[in-house]
Design a protein around this ligand. Structure first.
Ligand code: FO1
Length: 328
């Protein structure tokens, strides 16, 4: 079964570990035992240039998590990390100091910066980095063009736009966001292979990533949403019982005027896109017009739980695809 997954950072990456187990595409699984393939369309809206380096948080989080190099409790950055480069930059008075630039992680950013400077597109850079990490999925950036998520805030110094990372890391998304803007999205094109992978997919699964700045950013690249809407799409709610499982998706939802609930997020993603929506038992009874809602435990409390959630998503997609077939 060929599955396409538009993904963001931590929640998406963890879900992908479970989906990889369901399809038997995990690292070390002999090819013949694999029952399918996974193409991840990674969000690049979080990307930021700092100290001459191009940093791609969501691509790196997926790559490290599936490649076995992630800092597990943090959910981002490398395991066994040190911060000597960060300290030395601060000693030179370099700004910003709020970004947690790790030494091991910096090697990834140097490889990326060097390849980009040599003229390679981000998709080629990502493929080269994955040659080392072997994530067991095909990881494509949503676009090779520059798209960045910026947040319009007004904190008494007057209204201004700041980079998503500054809002997220420095301000912990506590500055009320008047608007979230995907700068450059209108002019961007899907990266090579993205539309083909969607077209050839048996299903699209939306992981419990941030619906606004992660899944939303991927859907905002012209052509991607339409291509996905033509497929059977099943999503996993990132909101349980009115709160995000982790991260600050509620701050993002507030910025776009959407209630922090499993049902409201499904409505925000749209019934034109979503065929099925998994919600936690806490949200059983959620109904969304035009979307088949099913409830089950959604806490990714460990590998078994995560695999069971991924399997439920795949099973619902198979069920709905068959139904679609009947309806023609
Ligand atoms: N998140 C933080 O909360 N603090 C950090 O200092 C930080 C540094 C960082 C460095 C590299 C990287 O790939 C991710 C990093 N993140 C950090 C996480 C990142 O801001 C978010 O995971 C995504 O951008 C949101 O999906």
């Amino acid at each position: 079964m060929r599955i396409v997954v538009p993904a963001g950072g931590i929640g998406g990456a963890r879900f992908l570990r479970g989906l990889r187990a369901v399809l038997g595409t995990g690292a070390g699984t002999p090819q013949e035992q694999s029952t399918g393939s996974i193409t991840v369309i990674g969000n690049t809206g979080d990307d930021i240039t700092l100290f001459g380096l191009r940093i791609c948080p969501d691509l790196d989080t997926v790559m490290y998590t599936l490649g076995g190099g992630i800092n597990e409790e943090q959910g981002w950055g490398r395991d066994g990390e040190t911060f000597t480069v960060k300290e030395e930059l601060a000693a030179y008075g370099m700004k910003p100091t709020w970004f947690g630039l790790g030494d091991r992680d910096t090697a990834t950013h140097i490889v990326r910066a060097q390849m980009l400077a040599a003229g390679y597109p981000l998709s080629a850079v990502t493929e080269a980095l994955c040659d080392r990490w072997k994530p067991g999925v095909r990881l494509l950036p949503m676009t090779d063009d520059q798209v960045e998520t910026h947040v319009v805030v007004d904190d008494g110094d007057g209204r201004r736009a700041i980079h998503f990372q500054e809002w997220w890391i420095r301000h912990r998304a506590a500055l009320p966001a008047e608007r979230i803007v995907s700068v450059g999205a209108e002019e961007a094109s899907p990266a090579p292979g993205v539309l083909k992978a969607i077209d050839e997919a048996d299903a699209v699964i939306l992981p419990p990533s941030n619906p606004v700045v992660s899944v939303g950013s991927v859907l905002g690249v012209p052509g991607i949403r339409e291509a996905m809407a033509a497929k059977t799409v099943v999503g996993v709610s990132p909101i349980i019982g009115g709160a995000p499982v982790r991260g600050m998706a509620d701050a993002c939802l507030r910025a776009v005027g959407v209630e922090t609930s499993a049902g409201a997020v499904a409505g925000y993603l749209g019934a034109d896109l979503l065929d099925g929506w998994l919600v936690d038992e806490a949200d059983a009874g959620t109904e969304v017009e035009g979307i088949e809602v099913r409830s089950r435990p959604l806490y990714m409390s460990g590998p078994e739980a995560t695999e069971a959630i991924a399997r439920a998503a795949v099973d619902l997609a198979v069920e709905l695809a068959a139904g679609k077939g009947e309806r023609g």
